[in-house]
Design a protein around this ligand. Structure first.
Ligand SMILES: C[S@@+](CC[C@H](N)C(=O)[O-])C[C@H]1O[C@@H](n2cnc3c(N)ncnc32)[C@H](O)[C@@H]1O
Length: 214
């Protein structure tokens, strides 16, 4: 596992990733995975199949379920599983010895320019410094490369208002419109945005897939 960088990130991100060190054990519960995390992973894998990406980075990979699935199901040239939490990556490492696990922040992936054909991320982007992470994704993507992100993108004013400034240091969930303008500001072109398909009403898990091209 490569070393974590000292890149500037969202305030209190150290606290967040320390929390995930502790949560790593609970994270793999099958019911949680099935209802919450598997559907977005299916969406991302479908996008990767369409784009035929051969070099892929999963950013905020957590315990590595998606990165290991990408490796197993798509057999790309290389998959990087990047996360700022050592505890999550320890779990991830036992899942695959073919994925390149990297203890890096989204805002500084430590990859060369144009190193990957696709950057993907599920349920982690709200923790990142959005502008810094998107600039980094732009840097590591080849021209025409794919960006596919899933997070909860609240739509109602009520949900947006709940994100008090005190919480924003830890995480911020942009609305779908905010997501499009953040991605656009990083000179990436949004080509698709829609709710994740899952066997539950979207009001229960309001996550959205945003797909862009460099
Ligand atoms: C909810 S988990 C999601 C894990 C995985 N993507 C999934 O869908 O199962 C969020 C992950 O984001 C990671 N994370 C938070 N801030 C980060 C940052 N700035 N750079 C990289 N990873 C970060 C946490 O350590 C945690 O593993």
């Amino acid at each position: 596992m490569s070393a974590k960088s000292e890149a500037p990130t969202r305030a209190l991100n150290g606290l967040v990733t320390h929390g995930w060190n502790r949560a790593a054990q609970l994270y793999n519960f099958p019911i949680l995975q099935h209802l919450a995390y598997r559907p977005p992973q299916d969406e991302i894998i479908a996008q990767l199949r369409i784009s035929q990406a051969r070099r892929i980075a999963d950013v905020g990979c957590g315990t590595g379920i998606l990165a290991a699935r990408i490796e197993r199901e798509l057999r790309p040239e290389v998959v990087y599983g990047c996360d700022a939490s050592v505890g999550m990556l320890k779990r991830a490492q036992s899942r695959s010895d073919r994925v390149r696990w990297r203890n890096r922040q989204a805002e500084d992936l430590g990859l060369p320019d144009g190193a990957v054909d696709a950057v993907v991320s599920t349920h982690a982007f709200h923790f990142f410094d959005h502008a810094a992470a998107l600039a980094e994704f732009h840097r590591v993507l080849v021209p025409g490369g794919l960006l596919a992100i899933v997070i909860n993108n609240p739509r109602s004013r009520w949900a947006m208002a709940l994100q008090r400034p005190a919480v924003r240091g830890l995480a911020y969930f942009p609305s779908p419109e905010q997501m499009r303008s953040l991605v656009g500001a990083a000179e990436l072109t949004v080509v698709e945005q829609r709710p994740v398909r899952r066997p539950l009403p979207n009001s229960l898990v309001p996550d959205v897939l945003t797909v862009a091209r460099r």
